[in-house]
Design a binder for this molecule. Structure first.
Ligand SMILES: C[S@@+](CC[C@H](N)C(=O)[O-])C[C@H]1O[C@@H](n2cnc3c(N)ncnc32)[C@H](O)[C@@H]1O
Length: 398
């Protein structure tokens, strides 16, 4: 929902999901979304119209992504039309409603930090959370730093995960990157040992792009109130937009950065094309959830959904009898012998059986979803994740 140019969806695609549909009212954003996710269905309309006329026709989704407009919640937004701000705040209330209709396994919600920690949005936040709880979802929230995931930007985002009350939450992603200039030699050596990588600085992010860019406004001097990006640093971006007039002047050339350079700072690959005029392209890029941040979160979501398959309420209905499989049947699928007893209540027994081996579940998940070609790749990734987790747990015990 509020798919914009599709940065969030691109992260989901890179994490291994199929993008089914997107809804947004902005024509150019929808053009970009469709160009880059050409198998998706698009709803180019106001959210109110989608909610009243189209949502019940939309394909089932396992994961619902929602990134409503941040204007109104951003701490930086002290000016602006109060009616616009309130309207944007009210837009978020469509999300619990959509969740109740679609009942996905996970909602991933993204916004600015101010969404939950500001007086002006306090009431909306409470209403939003209460609606989610009322429809039988539970939530967890976290502020994630874009730099922790290899994005050349000091952007912090508010992320909320909502799952049905009886389900487990996906884990938060562990950082994969660190800021090289901010750590000691000892810490750097430890991070390297853990296979963490330095977050790219501006010069690294812009590497390989030609300096000459048609249609760009060249300037003679840097206006006194603006700053240039610094080649060897990671820029801070506190606003929802990267557009001419902000601090985004090229580090070595007298012009604003191009939409492609801006897209590099947001971790889009160069194959991701933006449609519409220059101003719209800047807006689409700046408004996007950085794909690499989205990918990191949604990889964890995928990991959890794989294990969710053996929890009642989901896809584990007996092949010939109209009931869920029993904990014993579930244990058999997990290769436990019948002499192995599980204690605790029913829900707990299902969950315990889940913890021993996930190979069967992974295979079932992949075969059910007709993604045979991905089997090997996904299993390797999952085994890698398990190894990394074990490594971290062992390290934290030291
Ligand atoms: C933060 S952006 C979404 C970014 C997108 N998720 C991404 O990662 O690229 C918010 C989007 O909400 C859309 N929007 C704002 N008001 C809307 C409304 N009333 N109905 C539908 N879409 C709306 C805007 O056009 C914008 O693309």
């Amino acid at each position: 929902m509020f798919c914009g140019a599709g940065g969030f969806s691109e992260g989901a695609r890179q994490a291994g999901f199929r993008v089914k549909w997107g809804i947004d009212k902005d024509d150019s954003s929808i053009e970009t979304f469709l160009y880059n996710h050409h198998n998706a269905t698009v709803y180019n309309m106001e959210i109110d119209e989608f909610m009243s006329k189209k949502i019940r026709d939309a394909f089932h989704v396992d994961v619902l992504l929602a990134a409503p407009p941040c204007q109104g919640f951003t701490g930086a937004n002290t000016r602006g039309n109060i009616i616009d701000m309130t309207t944007n705040m009210i837009l978020v209330m469509n999300i619990p409603q959509a969740l109740d209709i679609l009942r996905p396994k996970v909602l991933v919600f993204e916004n600015v930090k101010g969404f939950f920690n500001q007086k002006k949005s306090d009431e909306i936040y409470k209403l939003f959370v209460n609606d989610l709880l009322d429809i039988g979802y539970k939530i967890k929230t976290k502020i994630l730093k874009a730099t922790d995931f290899g994005i050349c930007q000091r952007r912090e985002r508010f992320i909320m995960l909502a799952v049905p009350t009886e389900s487990n939450f996906p884990c938060w992603p562990e950082p994969t990157h660190y800021i090289n200039s901010e750590v000691s030699d000892q810490v750097r050596a430890n991070y390297r040992e853990m296979n963490l990588l330095p977050t790219p600085t501006v010069d690294v992010a812009f590497r390989g792009l030609t300096a000459a860019t048609p249609n760009m406004n060249y300037i003679k001097t840097v206006p006194y109130h603006l700053r240039r990006l610094k080649s060897n640093q990671i820029p801070s971006t506190v606003l929802c937009t990267i557009s001419p007039g902000w601090d985004n002047i090229h580090p070595t050339i007298f012009r604003y950065i191009s939409p492609r350079e801006s897209a590099r700072l947001q971790s889009f690959s160069d194959t991701y094309e933006f449609k519409g005029n220059l101003a719209s392209q800047y807006r689409q890029v700046g408004n996007s959830v950085p794909p690499l941040l989205a990918k990191a979160i949604i990889k964890e979501v995928k990991f959890e959904i794989v294990t969710l398959l053996l929890i009642p309420g989901w896809d584990n209905i007996h092949p010939t009898i109209f009931r869920y499989i029993s904990p014993r049947e579930s244990a058999r699928l997990q290769s436990f012998s019948d002499t192995y007893e599980f204690k605790g209540n029913l829900a707990s027994q299902y969950r315990q059986g889940n913890s021993n081996t996930i190979t069967d579940v992974i295979l079932r998940f992949l075969i059910d979803h007709d993604e045979i070609v991905e089997i090997v790749e996904t299993m390797v990734k999952i085994v890698e994740q398990i190894k990394i987790r074990r490594f971290r747990i062992n390290n934290s015990k030291l």
